[in-house]
Design a protein around this ligand. Structure first.
Ligand code: BDR
Ligand code: CA
Length: 326
C-alpha cells in the first residue's frame, strides 16, 4: 500500500532532489506539497516546486503556499547557496497554473485530520508550528514526522553551532520540539551529522548523465551552482545533498542509525538554532526526538539510483566504485 505523505519544503536545490526521489517511488503517495520560506521566499519556492513537478510530469499534485516569514525573526533567505532563482541559476521557464484555493497550513490541518499520513519537513518548521498553534489535534494526527534539520556532534552550516532550517526559524523549531515532548511523540531529526556524508560528486553526476540523460540534464543544471558554492565555502568537490537523505530515511529507515533523546532548540543569542541533544539524560525529560548520527552512504546511493534510474545489479556494482569512502 502506498504511504500517504505531505512534503513541506523550501525548494531549493536539494529539496528538488528529494521531491524527485519521492516522485520516483511507487510506495509513496504525495498528497500535496506545502511551501515555506527558507532557502527561497515562498513564492519562488512555489514556482520551483512547479518546475520540479513539470520535470516529473506530475502537475496533478497540489502545491500550497505557506508561511512567508518566520514566527518572530526577520526572514533571511539562502539564495547565496541556492542561486538567484533558488534552483542553481538554471533559470528554467516558469510553469503556469495552480490557483491557490487554500493556504499550506489549512491544507495540512484538513488533510492530517482526514488521512493517516506522514509529513517530511525539508525546510524551516514555520508551517508545522502554525499547525500546532491553530489546531494541535491535527498535529497529533501526524503518523511520522521527519525533519531535515539540526545537528548533534557536527558543526553548524550557518553558525558554528546551528543548522540553517532550525537557525532560520528557531521559535518554530523550539515550539515543535516542545509540543512533541508534551504529547509524548517523537520527531525524526535527520541533521547535519548524517546529511554532510551525502556528497554528490562530479563522478556520480557524470554517471547519472550516462544512466539517464533526462534526469541527468536536469540535475546537472540545478547542481552546477551548488558545486561552485561548496568549493568556495567548504572546499568540497561536489555538493552536500541534505534533503534527499530525509526522504530516503522515510523510505528505508535502516539507512540511518540513531537514538532517542530529549532535544531542545535554542531560540536566541549566539547559539540561536542550536539543537541541544540531551544524550545523557541530564534534563530527566522523556525523548521527543530520534537523533540520527550514522548513515550508510552506500545504502543511500543504492536507493537513490535504483529509484531514479532503475539501475541493474551491474550498474549498482559500478556505482559502488564511485562512492567516496570516508
Ligand atoms: C538545509 O538548509 C537548506 O539549505 C537545505 O535545503 C536543507 O534543507 C540544510 O541545512
Ligand atoms: Ca530544504
Amino acid at each position: 500500500m502506498k504511504r500517504k505523505t505531505i512534503i513541506d519544503c523550501d525548494p531549493g536545490i536539494d529539496d528538488s532532489l528529494a521531491l524527485i526521489l519521492a516522485l520516483s517511488s511507487d510506495d509513496i503517495e504525495v498528497l500535496g506539497i506545502t511551501i515555506v520560506s527558507g532557502n527561497t521566499p515562498v513564492q519562488m519556492g512555489f514556482e520551483n516546486a512547479k518546475k520540479v513537478l513539470k520535470h516529473m510530469q506530475r502537475l496533478d499534485i497540489p502545491i500550497y503556499i505557506g508561511a512567508a516569514v518566520p514566527l518572530t525573526k526577520d526572514y533571511v533567505n539562502a539564495l547565496d547557496t541556492h542561486g538567484k532563482d533558488g534552483l542553481g541559476e538554471s533559470f528554467l521557464p516558469d510553469v503556469d497554473g495552480y490557483l491557490q484555493d487554500k493556504d499550506a497550513v489549512s491544507f495540512l490541518i484538513e488533510t492530517l485530520k482526514k488521512e493517516h499520513c506522514s509529513v517530511i519537513a525539508l525546510g524551516p518548521l514555520t508551517n508545522i508550528a502554525q499547525v500546532i498553534m491553530k489546531d494541535p489535534t491535527a498535529f497529533a494526527c501526524i503518523d511520522q514526522l521527519i525533519s531535515m534539520g539540526g545537528n548533534f556532534r557536527s558543526h553548524g552550516n550557518c553558525s558554528p553551532v546551528a543548522e540553517y532550517n532550525y537557525w532560520e526559524d528557531p521559535d518554530s523549531a523550539a515550539l515543535v520540539f516542545q509540543y512533541l515532548a508534551k504529547i509524548q511523540k517523537q520527531i525524526h531529526m535527520i541533521g547535519l551529522d548524517v546529511t554532510r556524508k551525502i556528497v554528490l560528486t562530479p563522478n556520480l553526476l557524470s554517471y547519472i548523465e550516462h544512466l539517464h540523460s533526462y534526469h541527468g540534464t536536469f540535475i546537472k543544471q540545478i547542481t552546477k551552482f551548488y558545486f561552485k558554492f561548496h568549493w568556495e565555502w567548504e572546499h568540497i568537490i561536489g555538493c552536500v545533498i541534505n534533503d534527499p537523505l530525509a526522504m530516503a530515511f522515510y523510505i528505508q529507515p535502516q539507512i540511518c542509525t540513531g537514538f532517542a533523546a530529549y532535544v531542545e532548540i535554542v531560540t536566541d543569542g549566539a547559539a540561536r538554532g542550536q539543537s541541544i541533544v540531551d544524550e545523557y539524560g541530564f534534563y530527566k525529560k522523556k525523548a521527543n526526538a530520534y537523533v540520527y548520527h550514522q548513515v550508510d552512504t552506500f545504502a543511500f546511493y543504492h536507493l537513490f539510483f535504483e529509484r531514479l534510474f532503475q539501475c541493474s545489479k551491474a550498474e549498482i556494482a559500478y556505482l559502488d566504485k564511485l562512492i567516496v569512502k570516508e
